[in-house]
Design a protein around this ligand. Structure first.
Ligand SMILES: C[S@@+](CC[C@H](N)C(=O)[O-])C[C@H]1O[C@@H](n2cnc3c(N)ncnc32)[C@H](O)[C@@H]1O
Length: 279
């Protein structure tokens, strides 16, 4: 078995979209709905943008989107397949776009949970606060630590998935393990493909954040938490539909966060974003 520290789906973005299709652009439409409901201005930063499909959806909705990811392969795919936004390479746990300011930051599908340590979370929130205009929004959607840490065991049976892309059938077996001390959901994924390539095993992790812990981090960093709930959202069951009202619970598999940098907070940017300026 070949071991790799990378991530096959991040290194091969076309496989990411085949494995996690979102033909109705539900995640992007959900984010746009939130931005509209809370009156966000047009300049949006999508952090951990992946293949760029959510960023492009927001751009198509009339936003002026800058989208950032750590993965060069993801960014190359995004530029080619989902043009419109400006794509930049950046680490979401410590980014600085200088004088550029945004009306909203979005961070979808657990990208925020790649901040494994408290220091990385501090870096993420410090960077978001600096880059947002006063009154700017932070919108995030992620796995929920309360769902995993609140159970004796995570789902025990490894999840098996199969999909075919360009004539090759890929099969993945995913096992999850809760590392309580580090508050990490550790994932082992084994890949096989029927094209003769050797099997691959890869390891990754998400930070498990409890809702009240996340609320505390936000408060300490000067944000007002407007909503923190477990759905409906773009990856919940039942799934979000336009017009759906969020519930009051924060116990399910997914957490949805909407927070605002106070109007009187001039940390970083006191002016409105410069029109047309992009990194
Ligand atoms: C699960 S994907 C989500 C992609 C996209 N937001 C979506 O919803 O389809 C997570 C993304 O976060 C990116 N990522 C991981 N760590 C990162 C970091 N420290 N800074 C920026 N991006 C990161 C990965 O390269 C990957 O594209």
């Amino acid at each position: 078995m070949k071991h790799r520290t990378g991530n096959l789906l991040t290194d091969r973005p076309e496989l990411y979209e085949a494995r996690f299709p979102d033909p109705g652009r539900l995640a992007g439409r959900w984010a746009e709905d939130v931005l509209r409901r809370y009156g966000a201005g047009p300049a949006v930063l999508d952090l951990g943008c992946g293949t760029g499909r959510d960023a492009a959806c927001l751009q198509d909705a009339g936003r002026r989107v800058t989208a950032a990811d750590l993965s060069g392969a993801m960014l190359a795919h995004a530029r080619a397949q989902h043009p419109g936004p400006v794509y930049v390479q950046a680490d979401l746990s410590r980014f600085d776009f200088g004088h550029r300011a945004f009306d909203a930051v979005v961070c979808l599908d657990s990208s925020l949970l790649y901040c494994h340590t408290n220091e990385q979370l501090d870096g993420f929130l410090t960077s978001c606060r600096r880059t947002l205009v006063p009154g700017g929004l932070l919108v995030a959607e992620m796995r929920n630590g309360a769902y995993f840490l609140g159970r004796d065991e995570p789902p025990r049976i490894p999840a098996v998935s199969r999909f075919t892309w360009q004539g090759t059938t890929y099969r993945s077996t995913t096992a999850l393990r809760v590392d309580r001390a580090a508050q990490l959901l550790r994932r082992t994924r084994r890949w096989t493909a029927d094209d003769g390539s050797p099997p691959v095993e890869e390891h990754s992790a998400w930070r498990l954040l409890l809702p009240q812990e996340l609320r505390h981090f936000l408060t300490v960093h000067g944000f007002d938490v407007l909503a923190l709930h477990d759905g409906p959202g773009p990856r919940t069951e039942p799934v979000w539909q336009p017009g759906a009202e969020p519930g009051a619970a924060a116990d399910g598999d997914r957490l949805h966060l909407i927070a605002r940098k106070p109007v009187g907070d001039s940390a970083g940017h006191s002016a409105h974003p410069a029109t047309g300026e992009q990194p």
